[in-house]
Design a protein around this ligand. Structure first.
Ligand SMILES: C[S@@+](CC[C@H](N)C(=O)[O-])C[C@H]1O[C@@H](n2cnc3c(N)ncnc32)[C@H](O)[C@@H]1O
Length: 402
């Protein structure tokens, strides 16, 4: 795709420092939308659709805050151009209004890079300013006034920076203290891992890099023995450490917030079996929202299998399909026995209880969709090991396990 990038954008050092990205990233990032970046945008849009179907009935206004908004578009004008998060959400807000939906969605975007911000204003110029707003500058600097503007309205924050320095745990505190708030965050774990790798480096900026890892994960920047470093040395496996770091991050969010009930981390990959490009961290006060997100990321995994399959035109395609089906089947089989054990110990539980137990309490986020749990229970029924009482709709009906 023809780039808007290298030639048309001239970057000052301060723009680079502000955005926390290399000159190359700055010059080329918005030239093309990668498939793995598309995933977070799809999840965001689908989540919002579900969120507003649920919240939109009772709320007059809901806010979407895109803290690291970017330019709003990827690629040069033309058929190949793709929309970024601010434009997608602006269209969504506008569509709702045009359709006369009762709850107004207000989108607030902040962008630190002045050149990007100019492009963003351009991308959003056609939208009603009552619905779609842009603020130049750092998200952190605007946060206090955004919080005031939102009052008590429900809000979803999407933070999608290039690197990790915008993800310092202390900077999340105002969001964590806010009652009716959901968070969708891009945690760039490869970047975090790269910084962690400086732990035994003698280079002059190694200390600052290592301190940044501590700050992101909510540990003391001067602590000589933070938990992340102990795990780093114990695991001796950077990819497993990334998983650990994503889990540590999500747990810290919930631990610091009096409102968030749970948070989960979903690894976004370019292809099946590839190392994660980043983790999407979703933190919510609602179990219902986590269950919606669980289904969304499971279907992203299914799509990833399809895509990984279609790029292999060399006969490995069917191998991937079989692998996927086998994997799903064996997961359903494995969970089936676990459901049986759970059900035997919790006689009279419902299908909804079973799903909540496995996704939320056992933290099997992203493994199986609701429909797979239902299918597993149906198998138990067919095997004569479970029986619905038949007194309520199936999700709410008591089940007896034989
Ligand atoms: C990955 S891009 C965002 C892409 C956008 N979410 C999308 O999907 O279209 C990250 C953007 O965050 C901006 N940024 C970085 N730090 C920021 C901060 N502290 N406040 C606001 N914007 C920031 C960068 O300049 C860059 O444009």
């Amino acid at each position: 795709m023809a780039g808007l990038g290298t030639n048309s954008r001239r970057w000052s050092r301060s723009a680079e420092a502000l955005s926390g990205a290399s000159p190359r990233t700055l010059a080329t990032f918005f030239d093309e939308l990668n498939e793995w970046s598309e995933i977070k945008l799809r999840v965001l849009e689908k989540y919002f659709d579900a969120y507003l179907r649920y919240r939109g009935k009772a709320q007059p206004k809901v806010f979407y805050v895109d803290g690291c908004a970017g330019t709003g578009r990827y690629g040069a004008d033309g058929a190949d151009q793709r929309e970024g998060s601010p434009v997608r959400m602006a269209k969504f807000a506008q569509r709702r209004r045009d359709e006369g939906k009762p709850c107004q969605l207000v989108c607030i975007n902040t962008e630190i890079n002045p050149d990007f911000c100019r492009e963003l204003r351009d991308s959003l110029a056609g939208f009603d300013p009552a619905l779609v707003r842009v603020r130049d500058g750092a998200f952190q600097d605007h946060l206090a006034s955004i919080l005031r503007e939102m009052g008590d309205s429900p809000a979803v924050f999407f933070l999608d920076p290039f690197g990790v320095k915008q993800m310092r745990m202390a900077d999340m505190n105002p969001l964590l203290r806010r009652p009716d708030t959901e968070l969708l965050l891009n945690l760039n774990t490869p970047r975090l891992r790269m910084l962690a790798g400086f732990e035994d480096s003698a280079s002059k900026d190694a200390r600052a890099k290592v301190a940044l890892v501590s700050e992101v994960l909510g540990e003391g920047p001067t602590d000589p023995d933070p938990a992340w470093l102990r795990e780093w040395r114990r695991l001796r496996d950077p990819i497993r450490w990334e998983r650990w770091a994503a889990d540590a991050y999500r747990r810290e969010l919930v631990g610091r917030s009096p409102h968030l009930r749970r948070a989960f981390a979903y690894p976004v990959r370019e292809a099946v079996g590839a190392n994660p490009k980043y983790y999407l961290i979703f933190a919510s006060r609602s179990d219902e929202a986590i269950l919606v997100m669980n289904d969304l990321v499971c279907s992203e995994d299914d799509d990833l299998f399809e895509r990984s399959e279609s790029i292999r035109a060399d006969g490995q395609a069917s191998f991937f399909r079989v692998l996927r089906e086998d994997e799903r089947e064996s997961r359903v089989r494995a969970v089936l026995e676990n459901i049986y054990s759970y059900g035997s110990a919790n006689q009279g539980c419902t299908r909804e209880d079973v799903i909540r137990h496995f996704v939320l309490e056992e933290e099997r986020f992203g493994e199986l969709r609701k429909k797979h749990y239902r299918a597993a229970i149906d198998i138990l029924v067919r095997q004569g090991r479970a029986k619905f009482a038949g007194k309520a709709p199936k999700d709410e009906d008591a089940i007896r396990f034989a």
